[in-house]
Design a protein around this ligand. Structure first.
Ligand SMILES: *Cc1c(COP(=O)(O)O)cnc(C)c1O
Length: 377
C-alpha cells in the first residue's frame, strides 16, 4: 500500500496546476525579481484577507518574528513571556533582539500559553507577550489582551501555524500589535520555499518594518537610517502564494473535515483527542476556529508512543512528535528564565503524537491511519 506522509505537498500542488507554472513563467519573463508587482499585490490581498491595515512580506516566519520584535522596540533587559511548547524560532527571535525569553506553562488541553501563568510571571521588566496559536488553534486572546492592557504590554502573535484561524470571525494576527506568519512549504499557506509576513494595524510600526526588511532605507536608493536586514519576500514566492491564497480557505476546510473524521473514528480509543474550542467548551474561546495545522493526540507515555510509532512505520504511516523537547530544556536556552514549574509542557512533550493531516487526504487514508493507531493501542 502507498505510504501516507505527514503532509502531501505534491497532491496540493497538482491541484493548482497549470496556474502555478504559469505565474512562475510570467515572473521569470517579467524580470522584476526583487520587491516586484506580485509582492505588492500579495501584501494588499493579505491585508484584506486578514483584516489588518498592513501586511508586509519578509524572508521567513523567523524573520517576521524578529522584525516585529525589533520594530516594537524590544531589546536588552526586556522580558518577553512566551510558551516553551513551540518551534524554537519563537524564542530565537526574542534572543535576536537581546531580550530575555520567559517561559511559562501551557494549558494542558489547548497546548497554548496559559493566561494565568502569564499573569503570574509579569515583573517590572516585562514588555511583551508572545503567544503561539499552536497547531492552528487560537490562543486565548481575550484573556491575554486584558492582561496586556492592564500591564501596558505589547502582544506579538506567532501565527506561523494559524493562517485562517479566527476568534469570533477575527483572524489571528489581527489581535496584537503585530502578527508573524510563515510561508514555509508545509504551513497552511505555504510557498515553494521560504517566506514570511508581518501584520499590524499600526502605521508607524509598518513603516519601520518596511525599512528594516530592506537594509534600513525608507525609500529606494542609498540613504540608510538604521542598520537593517535583507529580508524581503521573494517575487517568485509571492506569485505562487497569490495562487494558493485563492484556495487556502477551501484547503483549511478540508483540514477541518479530516480532523472531524479522525475524531469520529478515534472517539472510543484510549488516547486524548485534541481540544477544539466551541460554544460552551472551556478553556479558551467559545467561538474560535481551529485550522488544524496539526492533529495532535496525547498517548500514555514516551514508551507507548515509541512503540506505536514503530507499528505505524511498519504500515507505511508517518507520524511526528511536535515537540519532543520543550524550549526551556534545550541546550540553546540553558540560561533562560523559568519562573515556575512547566509540568504541562513537559508532559505534552512526552506524550504528544501528530498524525498525518493535509488538504486532499481521502477517507481511505484517514481510516487507515485511525485503524492502525487503534490496533496499535
Ligand atoms: C514554522 C514556524 C516558525 C518559523 O517559520 P519559518 O518560516 O520556518 O522561519 C515560527 N514559529 C512557529 C510556531 C512555527 O511553526
Amino acid at each position: 500500500m502507498k505510504p501516507i506522509p505527514m503532509v502531501d505537498l505534491a497532491a496540493g500542488h497538482a491541484r493548482l496546476e497549470p496556474r502555478l507554472s504559469q505565474v512562475v513563467a510570467e515572473v521569470l519573463a517579467d524580470t522584476r525579481y526583487i520587491l516586484g508587482p506580485n509582492v505588492k499585490a500579495l501584501e494588499e490581498e493579505l491585508a484584506d484577507w486578514l483584516g489588518v491595515r498592513h501586511a508586509i512580506g519578509c524572508a521567513s516566519g523567523t524573520d517576521a518574528l524578529h522584525l516585529a520584535l525589533r520594530a516594537a522596540g524590544l531589546g536588552p533587559g526586556d522580558e518577553v513571556i512566551t510558551t516553551p511548547f513551540t518551534f524554537i524560532a519563537t524564542a530565537e527571535a526574542i534572543a535576536y533582539v537581546g531580550a530575555v525569553p520567559v517561559f511559562v506553562d501551557i494549558d494542558p488541553q489547548t497546548f497554548n500559553i496559559d493566561p494565568a501563568q502569564v499573569a503570574a510571571a509579569i515583573t517590572e521588566r516585562t514588555r511583551a507577550i508572545l503567544p503561539v496559536h499552536l497547531f492552528g488553534q487560537p490562543a486565548d486572546m481575550a484573556a491575554l489582551t486584558a492582561l496586556a492592557e492592564q500591564h501596558e504590554l505589547k502582544i506579538i502573535e506567532d501565527c506561523a501555524q494559524s493562517f485562517g484561524a479566527s476568534i469570533d470571525g477575527q483572524q489571528t494576527g489581527s489581535f496584537g500589535l503585530a502578527g508573524a506568519f510563515s510561508f514555509f512549504p508545509s504551513k497552511n499557506l505555504g510557498a515553494a520555499g521560504d517566506g514570511g509576513l508581518i501584520t499590524t494595524h499600526d502605521d508607524q510600526l509598518a513603516a519601520d518594518i518596511l525599512m528594516l526588511r530592506n537594509h534600513g532605507r525608507r525609500v529606494d536608493g542609498y540613504q540608510h537610517e538604521v542598520i537593517g536586514y535583507n529580508s524581503r519576500l521573494d517575487e517568485l514566492q509571492a506569485a505562487i502564494l497569490r495562487v494558493k491564497l485563492e484556495q487556502v480557505a477551501a484547503f483549511n476546510e478540508e483540514r477541518r473535515a479530516v480532523a472531524a473524521a479522525y475524531r469520529l473514528l478515534l472517539q472510543d480509543a484510549d488516547l486524548v483527542l485534541p481540544h477544539e474550542d466551541g460554544p460552551g467548551n472551556s478553556p479558551g474561546n467559545s467561538n474560535s476556529r481551529h485550522v488544524y495545522h496539526q492533529f495532535t493526540v496525547l498517548l500514555k507515555d514516551r514508551a507507548q508512543r515509541s512503540r506505536i510509532q514503530e507499528v505505524l512505520v511498519g504500515q507505511g504511516i508517518a507520524s511526528a512528535i511536535y515537540y519532543p523537547t520543550p524550549l526551556h530544556q534545550q541546550p540553546a536556552f540553558a540560561g533562560a528564565q523559568v519562573p515556575h514549574v512547566l509540568g504541562h509542557s513537559e508532559d505534552a512533550a512526552r506524550r504528544c503524537l501528530s498524525l498525518p493531516i493535509f488538504p486532499g487526504m481521502n477517507e481511505a487514508q484517514i481510516e487507515r491511519v485511525a485503524n492502525a493507531l487503534k490496533a496499535a493501542l
